[in-house]
Design a protein around this ligand. Structure first.
Ligand code: MSP
Length: 658
């Protein structure tokens, strides 16, 4: 019997267009939903909109339209964004839908009939922004303790939910269910909150003050408090009080994902509501952290609200999905910056993953006629065993990390395989194997293994980056149906079918150009190219040093004009129609250069990727066979290149060489 996995996001207020905060939770939920489907669970993934309440009424009034029209206009913005982000939700609830309002009224009536709701008059401090009353002692310096805005004293007759009677029970439930509130630190916060006496909760609003809500079934002068309406979406949609079989299948929810700001409403209001209704509690409520933007709180007034649509357009959907979950451990606060996103895209996605695929495809075209070769021996080599084991272990690790909602660690586990794949190529050096006919069987095995590692990567990446996973699959031509429970059944190393034709396509992640103007750094004021370019002895000649070398002495100042740096080779490809020239893109840490080097007779481009070389970084740019070169890669040899200059120790790219 497949397990039922029911996951929800908060339902978002339609007072404004969606931003990265909304996208964040929804992407996280999507990854879990996709992964559980792959693992063979039956999944119900619900998201939607919270359309009632003061915030929405105010936004509509501001726009000069009635609230329903306002909601109808904004709802497609959320739905379109979810499509653009490849969100695989199974339903989309809007709290103005009759399927929901009906259930809210039935539930309210049931609670009223049971005596869980009573009417009373109340005087308190009301925060319009948060739509809630506070007691005198709750206030902080006379302001709302939550949003720090001014509050006003109001006296009202309202309906109250007997929340206070569930305080002890709730404390016990939280203590007995370790995973009920996660992360642990948040769980402690809720327990801390429950140290203070829990008051009954006002669950109505007089229509005279707020008309935009679901009418109370037992008093038409009131509408339902927006949270008492919204939270019910989690049960109204899967069939509470309307379809018992369906409801039994999905409830209790496996996980409610929420932001840290709405944990109390979920952990306390929602739990006690469920208890009063006689329903079991969800397994887990997970509260994630908040994003700041370039170090600042995101807000409309600051004008720094990040529109996910723009990010998708600029960087692609999968780069954004990857960044959102890779950058910050889920549960902690994080900072969004374009630079950080570009960094991840260029490094992890373009250099590591993108390169691995393109190198592999290039070699399969060049050395195996564009067809996945038949491996001759299985696990013949220590390197093969290591690759296979890492692929299998990474696959298991992804499952276990996602079980704990540790998205970033799951991605780290996947990247151990990406990196090992690249190292495997470097170490097995297929370009060398290709030179000797007797190495052909080994070459085939190596190429097969890399392709198989990529098949594993594609399956593991699917939940995070569905489009990328599909593209890897398409280019390598293997058979996997991601809509089937691939990981639920047999998914083993060696499943890749030899003989399939590959379809090398465009690169997975085009790099974002971060090349900076190279001026004024390292104190070089003279922009003139030092002439003649002094060559360090190691690169000068394959001949022993002669007297004429020493004759051309230079001063230390002249030498210092040269900006010598270590550089990591990111990409390398042959310059078309040239036997000698290879175009490399190198990273100097903060900047990148494109250099055309005459090393093509000595090296295959694939062998250079990932290597640390030494470059002259302030050479005036020149064009070689029409291709711009912004520096020089140092190599030993004169007419003939004998070897590239490298560094004995591991050093960061961009380190000064002197
Ligand atoms: N409508 C309620 C939820 C009802 S659930 C039954 C609501 N809506 S909201 O639109 O204001 O916020 C929805 C979610 O967005 C919350 O989980 C909140 O934490 C999240 N975020 C809002 N800004 C955020 C960031 N800057 N960063 C991360 N998430 C943030 O509350």
């Amino acid at each position: 019997m497949p397990k039922s996995f029911y996951i929800t996001t908060p339902i978002y207020y339609v007072n404004d267009v969606p931003h990265i905060g909304h996208a964040y939770t929804t992407i996280a939920a999507d990854v879990l939903a996709r992964y559980r489907r792959l693992a063979g669970d039956e999944v119900f993934f619900l998201t939607g909109l919270d359309e009632h309440g003061q915030k929405v009424q105010q936004a509509a009034a501001k726009a000069g339209i009635d609230p329903q029209t306002h909601c109808d206009r904004l709802a497609p913005q959320f739905q379109d964004l979810w499509k653009r982000l490849n969100i695989s939700n199974d339903d989309f609830v809007r709290t103005t839908q009759p399927r929901h309002t009906r259930v809210v009224q039935r539930a309210m009536q049931a609670l009223f009939d049971k005596g869980e709701i009573y009417q009373a008059s109340y005087t308190g401090w009301y925060c319009t922004f948060d739509e809630r009353f506070w007691t005198e002692k709750d206030l902080e310096n006379g302001l709302c303790p939550d949003c720090k805005r001014p509050v006003e004293q109001l006296s009202e007759t309202n309906y109250f939910f007997r929340m206070s009677r569930y305080q002890d029970w709730l404390i016990q439930h939280i203590q007995q269910h370790q995973d009920f509130i996660l992360p642990r630190s948040r769980r402690n916060e809720v327990l801390g909150f429950l140290q203070k006496p829990l008051e009954d909760l006002s669950i109505s609003r007089p229509k005279a003050r707020l008309s935009w809500g679901i009418e109370l079934p037992f008093d038409s002068n009131y509408v339902t408090y927006v949270w008492f309406d919204a939270l019910v979406n989690y049960i109204s949609v899967p069939g509470y009080l309307s379809d018992d079989t369906r409801f039994r299948k999905w409830w209790p929810a496996t996980v409610h994902l929420v932001g840290k700001d709405i944990l109390t409403t979920h952990a306390v209001y929602w739990s006690t509501m469920l208890k009063a209704l006689g329903l079991p509690l969800p397994n887990t409520i997970f509260a994630h952290g908040w994003w700041t933007v370039e170090g600042e709180k995101m807000s409309k007034s600051r004008g720094n609200v990040v529109d996910p649509n723009v990010l998708v357009q600029e960087f692609g959907v999968d780069a954004f999905r990857y960044f959102a979950l890779r950058e910050v451990p889920f549960g902690q606060d994080g900072d969004f910056s374009r630079q950080a996103l570009i960094g991840r895209l260029n490094t992890d996605l373009a250099n590591d993953l993108g390169n691995l695929l393109s190198r592999t495809l290039t070699m399969i075209v060049r050395y195996a006629g564009g067809v996945i070769p038949e491996p001759t021996t299985r696990a013949a080599h220590e390197l093969d065993v290591q690759l296979e084991q890492t692929a299998v272990q990474a696959t298991a690790a992804v499952g276990s990390f996602l079980g704990k909602l540790e998205f970033n660690r799951a991605l780290e586990a996947i990247w151990t395989l990406v990196q090992l794949g690249n190292q495997y190529i470097d170490k097995t050096a297929p370009w060398t194997l290709a030179k000797r006919a007797e190495d052909k069987p080994r070459l085939n095995t190596v190429l097969y293994n890399i392709a198989e590692a990529l098949r594993f990567l594609s399956v593991n990446l699917f939940a995070f980056m569905p489009q990328t996973a599909e593209e890897i699959k398409r280019q390598l031509g293997f058979m996997v149906t991601f809509s089937k429970p691939v990981l639920g059944g047999e998914f083993t190393w060696g499943g890749l079918m030899p003989g399939t034709e590959i379809a090398k396509g465009s690169s997975l992640f085009p790099r974002i150009d971060t090349t900076t103007k190279r001026q004024g750094d390292t104190g070089v004021t003279d922009t003139q190219q030092p002439s003649p370019v002094p060559q360090p002895a190691s690169a000068a000649s394959s001949e022993p040093t002669t007297a004429s070398d020493t004759a051309q002495q230079i001063t230390i100042e002249e030498f210092r004009k040269m900006r010598l740096r270590t550089a990591k080779v990111l990409t390398a490809e042959r310059v078309p129609k040239s036997e000698k020239l290879i175009k490399v893109r190198v990273s100097l840490g903060a900047e990148e250069l494109q250099i055309v080097a005459g090393i093509g007779k000595k090296y295959e481009p694939e062998a250079l990727i990932g290597k640390t070389v030494v470059v002259v970084a302030n050479l005036k740019s020149a064009k070689l066979m029409g291709v711009e070169s912004q520096g020089m890669v140092l190599a030993a040899g004169d007419k003939e290149v004998l070897g590239l200059v490298t560094i004995l120790e591991e050093v960061e790219p961009g380190t000064k060489v002197k």
